[in-house]
Design a protein around this ligand. Structure first.
Ligand code: DGL
Length: 291
């Protein structure tokens, strides 16, 4: 009885501190839209606020400090627009900035707000997916060098061998809408050959960058059918739904009108044209500056 009272007290206390608002989704550019669209499909009733830091993308080859500063600024911008929960729909930001933001910044900014990443939900799913226990990860230079995937996978599944391959040209191909071009084939084939020659027993390949699902058709073209390719969107969406089920106090401060606002640090027209390809619908976009 006492604990029930205490639980109610905490929930009331929490909601007094946080004003209801949309769920924030952040990426360096367009890639996070592959995550957002899966989340919207699974949870259409919620409101979302998407921010693409397109003017400073790609983040993939930038230093730890720069990715952290850019990500922190973006999270702050989403908090200022009313978000209480922000998803870093970017592996590079999740690998290089998430922990510092969670542990160092959030207690100072607002200890009730939350920031979550995309690596953990993907890693949790992988144990069920691989049979050979040999997994490959394709990602940006930053994500692969951080070793976040092998570290996180081996914490949960010590028997899985993880091999990484950095694909620095893949994000620019997507950001510049070259993902269907003939030129893209060279870079895709080259990286797939590299990772499979490092470990020919790989049966599961994680697309560890939210831009890469746009290259999926070409990736599949150059892989044996026995290798399954994992896009993160559905795992992140399911994990978010589960998080909100377990954290009623956060769910209560997420508004639910089925609306999404889009922000970019680049030209809105450029963003909306490209975003249409990802989302298959027209959207309105507002430009913001970050600092
Ligand atoms: N979508 C980001 C990721 O998942 C792209 C990184 C970049 O901007 O290079 O890592």
């Amino acid at each position: 009885m006492l604990s029930l009272h205490r639980k109610h007290f905490y929930i009331i206390n929490y909601t007094i501190m946080l004003k209801p608002g949309p769920i924030g989704v952040f990426d360096s550019g367009y890639g996070g839209l592959t995550i957002l669209s899966e989340i919207q499909t699974l949870m259409p009733e919620y409101d979302y606020c998407y921010l693409g830091d397109n003017s400073r993308a790609p983040y993939g080859s930038r230093s730890f400090d720069v990715v952290y500063q850019f990500t922190r600024q973006s999270v702050m911008a989403l908090f200022e627009r009313g978000c209480n929960l922000v998803i870093l729909a970017c592996n590079t930001a999740s690998a290089k900035a998430l922990r510092t933001i969670q542990q160092k910044d959030l207690p100072d900014i607002n200890h009730s707000k939350r920031v979550l990443g995309v690596i953990r939900p993907t890693v949790e799913a992988i144990g069920e997916l691989t049979k050979s226990r040999h997994v490959g990860v394709l990602g940006t230079v930053g994500t692969i060098q951080s070793e976040s995937y092998p570290l996180e996978i081996n914490k949960l599944y010590p028997d899985i061998k993880v091999t990484g391959e950095a694909c620095p040209m893949w994000v620019p191909l997507v950001e510049n809408r070259e993902y269907d071009s003939e030129g893209a084939d060279y870079f895709i084939k080259d990286k797939l050959n590299n990772i499979l020659s490092k470990d020919p027993q790989i049966d599961t390949l994680i697309l560890g960058c939210t831009h890469y699902p746009l290259l999926l058709n070409k990736i599949k073209q150059y892989l044996p059918q026995t290798i399954q390719v994992i896009s993160q969107g559905e795992y992140v969406a399911r994990s978010l739904k589960d998080y909100l089920r377990r954290h009623v106090e956060m769910d209560m401060v997420c508004t639910k009108n089925g609306k999404t606002k889009y922000f970019t640090t680049e030209y809105p027209k450029k963003f909306s044209e490209s975003a249409t390809i990802f989302l298959k619908k027209e959207i309105e976009v507002e430009r913001i500056d970050l600092e």
